[in-house]
Design a protein around this ligand. Structure first.
Ligand code: NAG
Ligand code: NAG
Ligand code: NAG
Ligand code: NAG
Ligand code: NAG
Ligand code: NAG
Ligand code: NAG
Ligand code: NAG
Ligand code: NAG
Ligand code: NAG
Length: 583
């Protein structure tokens, strides 16, 4: 525990005399890896379960829904957006890398879960509000198609709030924050009315409304999603205002601090079964170059903090740290059978009859689903990839419907090892490539590919390891040149294991070995995580496999197997790493 944390905790205790009985400690982030803009709700009707959703941009399946009974162990229970017919644009959107599904609000009302979100595209209309609902969030197929709700001022970040008289109010981003009454049956929205300007920072967004002790409370994000980010809160006796700003604002923020967890903001609040209040927010583990925001490949993650909210008074939050303490609900036995525990490693062998794990993602809904086949006839325990013409970057003529053969999962630990075996003999023509990638989006990725240079695959130098980085906006450093290494001739007919591992919190190592003799592993290159970080990038690092002909129009398929993602450690403060998982 560091001094700052101690001081913050002591200061808070003196000011508020909290009366929690059974505190326990926990570590942030609670949902690690790229999980931004969280919105959560507590549902007593579902065995006192907490449910959260986070932004997914172009990752598909999208709108992930997580469940927990103890606020610390989270399971991915479904993806609300899980087949393209629900929102066809998720398959055809071409140019926008950090558009797509933005921040959502998740609420439960009278038996139904509501996930209201924004879809952003470069086409018209550029921003739609879309609603997914279900009566069983554990059943992925039960989520409805996207239902459009009017977006009266082209805003983002729609909220969903039911007033005591049953009317439905949707607040959304704006300067000032605005709201409309909406009709959930027709999707109609009333003429918006102004709410609150916030406390003087830019990008007022991410509003959520609550009603408590005769007041409406309006919680918003301010300052942009970077170092000045924050959550601030105001209240009013009337939904139409005037709004009074909390004397304790910002409610949560890390701006102007040197805390390890930066960019804290975009919060939501909920109560547990005992009535304790909790807040969640996004935060960035900024790494050593904090103020320069230069290395944070996991992007914005979900963090938890306790809130004290005495009757009639303002809510007060504990500021976000890596190690925190609060009145956590006890860890109960799982109320449901849950497919994916967020902290577990991936041990995926593509056994016949299995499916692609629900926490893996494509970049956009795959235009050619047949490009990904588990254990096709004659190739048990493999994933068959049919190469896309486009490589991961694509070129000017790239169209989403051409397809991108990429399948990935989030980097969820500061230190990890990821490896996939690539079977030999996929080469047909010059440029054919199968590899592993650390992928932020199409303009930011680090690839380790097995690339065929044409000619006879068995002659020296015809099959190479190519380590190559793409960073469209590297302003503070030079993108390293590709590192091309011939595959040793004794490995040529063998299955090759390709590795990406985090050497430390700033650097990624790319290496390879014959799958049968991993001890022969060779380090091929090390690249900085700055290549897959960036102030204008809203996504976070994905680790996956890809196959491309690099522009060739022929058909090329290859086989990969033995997918492993091994969590090693989580960094929770400067010089403080915790072991990633225990079972
Ligand atoms: C609550 O848990 C019980 C026992 O695990 C289970 O049978 C029941 O279906 C759950 N109810 C809901 C609403 O999830
Ligand atoms: C709650 O849902 C039930 C069943 O769908 C419906 O009959 C009832 O009208 C709903 N109540 C409210 C207040 O919406
Ligand atoms: C509201 O919905 C109805 C159809 O249910 C439609 O006729 C009407 O034009 C809509 N109003 C607005 C303001 O869009
Ligand atoms: C927000 O600020 C603008 C500019 O100062 C002002 O004109 C407007 O009345 C304010 N709106 C609200 C709702 O406070
Ligand atoms: C930020 O970058 C500048 C130059 O690019 C460097 O001098 C400075 O030390 C960096 N600050 C931090 C906190 O990394
Ligand atoms: C480069 O560094 C400056 C400050 O030194 C910072 O404002 C900017 O965001 C950095 N750019 C990238 C792409 O990291
Ligand atoms: C329990 O945690 C809360 C929230 O951090 C804190 O304010 C309170 O002092 C703690 N209570 C005890 C008994 O440690
Ligand atoms: C991807 O393909 C484009 C166009 O063919 C090419 O310019 C670029 O170098 C390739 N990039 C990667 C990372 O493969
Ligand atoms: C991380 O690894 C890189 C590459 O080996 C090295 O240059 C850097 O000093 C390391 N950083 C730390 C904090 O150990
Ligand atoms: C592939 O086909 C396209 C469109 O027919 C053509 O423009 C392109 O030159 C072809 N590429 C190669 C490598 O032949």
């Amino acid at each position: 525990m560091n001094l700052l944390f101690l001081l913050a905790t002591l200061g808070f205790q003196i000011a508020n005399k909290p009366v929690y009985a059974h505190n326990a400690t926990y570590n942030n982030p609670i949902i690690p890896g790229w999980h931004s803009d969280p919105s959560c709700t507590f549902v007593s009707e579902w065995n006192n379960t907490f449910f959260c959703t986070t932004s997914s941009f172009l990752a598909f399946p999208g709108c992930p829904v997580f469940a927990s009974t103890d606020l610390v162990h989270w399971d991915l229970i479904s993806n609300a957006l899980n087949h393209p017919a629900q929102l066809p644009q998720i398959q055809t959107s071409t140019n926008a890398q950090t558009l797509g599904i933005f921040a959502s609000t998740l609420r439960f009302r009278n038996g139904t879960f509501y996930l209201l979100t924004a879809w952003l595209d470069t086409d018209n209309p550029s921003t739609e509000f879309v609603l997914f609902t279900t009566t069983d969030p554990f059943d992925e197929s039960a989520w409805t198609n996207a239902f459009q709700i009017q977006n009266p001022s082209g805003a983002i970040d729609p909220d969903l709030f039911w007033d005591d008289d049953g009317s439905v109010i949707m607040a959304f981003s704006g300067s000032p924050i605005k709201a409309s009454y909406i009709d959930l049956a027709t999707g109609n929205a009333s003429e918006p009315f102004d709410m609150w300007n916030g406390t003087g920072y830019n990008n007022q967004e991410g509003p959520h409304l609550y009603k408590k002790d005769g007041y409406y409370y309006l919680l918003i994000a301010e300052g942009g999603t970077e170092l000045h980010h924050s959550s601030t809160i105001a209240r009013s006796k009337s939904i139409k205002g005037p709004w009074e700003s909390s004397p304790h604002n910002p409610f949560v923020s890390a701006r102007y601090t040197d805390r390890y967890f930066q960019t804290v903001g975009h919060s939501d609040l909920f109560q547990d079964a005992e009535g304790n209040w909790w807040g969640i927010a996004l935060a960035t583990r900024a790494g050593p170059a904090l103020y320069n925001e230069s290395i944070y490949p996991m992007g914005r993650e979900t963090v938890l903090y306790p809130v004290s909210w005495p009757k009639g008074d303002w809510p007060l939050a504990d500021q976000v740290m890596g190690e925190m303490s609060g009145p956590l609900p006890p860890r109960s036995s799982k109320a449901h059978s849950v497919p994916t525990f967020m902290g577990e490693p991936d041990i995926v062998d593509f056994v016949p009859g299995s499916s692609i794990p629900t926490h893996w993602v494509f970049w956009r809904a795959p235009a050619k689903p047949e490009s990904f086949t588990i254990s096709p006839p004659g190739h048990p325990n493999t994933l068959q990839l049919i190469a896309s013409r486009a490589n991961l970057t694509g070129d000017a003529s790239f169209k989403a419907l051409d397809g991108l053969t990429l399948l990935a999962r989030r980097q969820t630990n500061t230190l990890f090892e990821f490896s996939v075996d690539v079977h030999p003999g996929f080469y047909k023509a010059q440029g054919d490539e199968i590899g592993v990638t650390a992928f932020l989006h199409q303009d930011h990725h680090i690839d380790l590919g097995l690339v065929f240079m044409g000619g006879s695959p068995n002659s020296k130098g015809r099959v190479n390891f190519r380590c190559r980085a793409t960073d469209s906006d590297a302003t503070n450093f030079t993108v390293p040149s590709p590192v091309v290494t011939p595959v040793p001739s004794s490995w040529l007919s063998e299955t090759i294991r390709l590795y990406i591992r985090a050497e430390n919190d700033t650097h990624y190592q790319l290496s390879a070995a014959p799958a049968a003799r991993p001890h022969e592993s060779r380090l091929l290159a090390a690249f900085t995580g700055a290549l897959i970080s960036g102030p204008d990038v809203f996504t976070g690092n994905l680790l996956g496999v890809y196959a491309t002909t690099n522009g060739g129009n022929h058909t090329m398929e290859g086989y990969v197997s033995r997918w492993r993602y091994t969590p090693i450690a989580q960094q929770i403060d400067y010089n403080d790493f915790v072991r990633s998982w225990e079972l």
